[in-house]
Design a protein around this ligand. Structure first.
Ligand code: APR
Length: 244
């Protein structure tokens, strides 16, 4: 009898931390900077529990509108190249984005730190997964009087300012044994997501793709690609394949 051996290729592990900048090239506005969403909508009115209590219709309308915008958006080259990394690497995408463009590009292992636009939940127990539902379509509007399974008003499944970020522990764990860390399109202004850079194992190569300056300190092995997400990912994908 022939003794056969299976050889498994151990894939290197890549973590990608993405922010609004990766979806900017799909036509979705970023939050900060000129023309950013928070210029037109006061953040405390539309993205805090207090804002929701004060004027729930305004908040529901804000997210109904975001969903309609998402219907018209398509994953761009950067989302697609991130998804393609899965052919050669073990990839986890940690995103602050609430859109579904990473999924639609084909990424399969995604941690949505700040929630998901296409889901709704209970306004009394927002993190209780029994009451989290996926909406059937991008034009599903949530209105006052639409109820979650626990009888409370439905709200968007979005982590608002001042709320806990339950998936941050999963994100920290995912960084434990990575070989490469990629940061794309985030101003690193918002914690705890911005603090993830402190959990990158010492010496790990870190690539930061952003056309603007982003304040990152204490990273011993950082390379900055000062350019848009798609151009940066094209350059980086070729680099990464050499180290596979
Ligand atoms: N390619 C890559 N990066 C880009 C591009 C582009 N084409 N265009 C803009 N950027 C960069 C900006 O330079 C900026 O650094 O994207 C970043 C966007 O920053 P923010 O608007 O602050 O978005 P983000 O960091 O994702 O915000 C974090 O804050 O408002 C909350 O919950 C919201 O998840 C969001 C969090």
């Amino acid at each position: 009898m022939l003794l056969s051996m299976l050889f498994f290729r151990i894939m290197k592990k890549i973590a990608v931390l993405s922010g609004a900048g990766i979806s900017a090239e799909s036509g979705i506005a970023t939050f900060r900077g000129s023309g950013g969403l928070w210029d037109s909508y006061p953040v405390e009115q539309v993205a805090t529990p207090e804002g929701f209590r004060a004027n729930p219709s305004l908040v529901l309308e804000f997210y109904n509108k975001r969903r309609k915008e998402l219907a018209c958006a398509e994953p761009n080259e950067a989302h697609k190249l991130v998804a393609e990394l899965e052919k050669d690497f073990d990839v986890v995408v940690i995103t602050q984005n609430v859109d579904d463009l990473h999924e639609r590009a084909g990424s399969t292992n995604i941690i949505h730190l700040h929630g998901e636009l296409m889901k709704v939940c209970s306004s009394v127990q927002p993190q209780n997964c029994m009451y989290v539902c996926k909406l059937p379509s991008y034009d599903s509007n949530i209105a006052i009087g639409d109820l979650a399974g626990d009888g409370s008003q439905l709200r968007p499944f979005i982590v608002w300012f001042g709320e806990a970020v339950p998936l941050i522990e999963d994100a920290i764990s995912a960084l434990r044994d990575i070989d490469v860390f990629i940061i794309i399109g985030t101003s690193l202004n918002v914690y705890p997501a911005a603090g993830l850079v402190n959990y990158i194992p010492h010496g790990t190569p870190v690539y930061l793709i952003d056309p603007n300056d982003v304040p990152v300190h204490n990273l011993s092995n950082l390379q900055v690609l000062k350019m848009g997400a798609s151009e940066g990912m094209q350059k980086l994908s070729n680099e990464l394949l050499k180290m596979e």
